[in-house]
Each structure stands twice: as structure tokens, then as C-alpha cells.
Design a protein around this ligand. Sequence first.
Ligand code: G3H
Ligand code: ZN
Length: 283
Amino acid sequence: MLVTGKELLDHANKYNYAVGAFNVNNMEIVQAIIEAAEETNSPVILQASQGGIKYAGIEYIAALGKLAARKAKVPVALHLDHGTDFDQVMLCIRHGFTSVMIDGSKYELRENINITKKVIEVAHAVGVSVEAELGKIGGTEDNVTVDEREAAFTDPDEAKLFVDETGVDYLAIAVGTAHGVYKGEPKLDFDRIKRIKELVGIPLVLHGSSGVPEDSIKKAVSLGINKINIDTDLRIAFTQAIRDYNEKNPKNIDPRKVLAPAKEAMKEVIKEKMHIFGSAGRA
Ligand code: G3H
Ligand code: ZN
């Protein structure tokens, strides 16, 4: 069933687990996520980035997401990942997304608060949940790169002020993760997660979560992370499976034969994540 992001994440916050938010770009990815969620009895978030929307088209992404959610035996939210402007957010709301992210992290605090408030006023009026971001998460996503010098951890006191002033439903924080493939092992600032959670109380979101060791993820969840974004690990599973299949079957000309193992490979990764995040069995 299709539900709001807030409904999923308030439950996760109350019972101390995290819901996986997986990036979608086509039908096989959507199916892999939903099948994994059903097999583990897990709530889940399908999220589309602006790049994903540009690739597939808003009508296709929205229709795929809504159909999958309505047919699913588990609760599913359809979320805009890293929306950077008001118009993009409105487009997604108009197409039936139940959760949107307004990423104003490139702005100064006051401007970030203002744009977030503007989005919330409209989104909340029509029952759509809102995620915002405070601090700068490093790495590259959809060709947007924040280099390590620019990346800045979230200040706990600013987070408190931000949440009080905006009334945002959940907040993405910068605590040492980065988008894309890690060069070394990511070191998370657990004290910062703990401090921010104590001050704001709302569900917290971890971006750049692919490649983060299992014990770090579990600790982050125990300290108050309730939404975990995964894109890169799915890309790797999908493309590696396609490479393997094509190497073994160079004469194949049936796209379904290539895509089926790619979907299965993704599904296995997603199921494993759902167990690590603690969302398995929570639907
Ligand atoms: O918003 C999406 C995520 O933060 C994805 O991060 O590509 O490192 O998995 P990732
Ligand atoms: Zn992200």
C-alpha cells in the first residue's frame, strides 16, 4: 500500500529501526525493491532523484512507483530524493509522491530554512511528508559533486534551530558519509548523531550509505538514524550481474535474459540491507 514517508519513519523512530530508501530508475529496479520488501516483510521507500526522473520521465517513474506501492503487501512511500528547487518538488507532489526532499544544503542556514518552510507549507497542506538536509554530504550524486573540503558536518545546535523553525518531518545530516564509492573506510561521527537526536527527536536520515560497514550502520541506527539511502550498492550489483551474464552468454540477444539476473542480484543486496537496518519483519 502507498503511505506517506512520515507514517513509515515515525514508526521506525518509535521502535528504533531504519527504513531503506532505494533509488529507482526503471521497472526492474522497482520490482527488485518491492519483491525484497515483501520477502522480508519490510516497509520500504522507493526514491527517485532528479537524475532518475530526467532519465525515465516523471510520468513513468510516478506511475511505476504508485502501481508497485498499491500492489505491494507491505507499506511503501514514494519519495523525491535531493529535490533542489520548489518547482521540482511541486511537480512530484502533483504526480502523487507521498514524500519529498528539499535539499537546501548548498545555501546558508537562513536561506535553507526559508526554502524548506516554503516547501513544507504546500506539502503538508496536501498530506505529503518533507525531508530537508543540513550540513554538506561529500561525494558525487547525479553529477553534483561536493568535495571533501566543502563537506561540512551538521552542527547540533543549528539542527535544533532548523527543526524548530521549519517543522520538517525528517532531517538528513552530514556525519561522515559521502555519496558514491568510498576510497577508504568511512568513519562516522557517532557522538554527533547521538547529540543531534537528543536535541531534535525527529527521524534522522543517513545519505551516502552504500559501502558503510554493517556495524557502523547498526550503531547509527541504534543512535537515531531512521532512513538509510542506498543507490551505489544497487548500481554495482546491477551492472556487475549484467557484465557477468554477457561474458558468459556473448551470443544472447534477449534483453530479458540480461535483466533478470541483474534484478535478482539487486534483490539479494536489498534483502541483506533490510535485515541490517532492522526493517525486516516490521511491515
Ligand atoms: O540520496 C541518495 C543516497 O544518499 C545514495 O548514496 O550512492 O552512497 O548509496 P549512495
Ligand atoms: Zn543522498
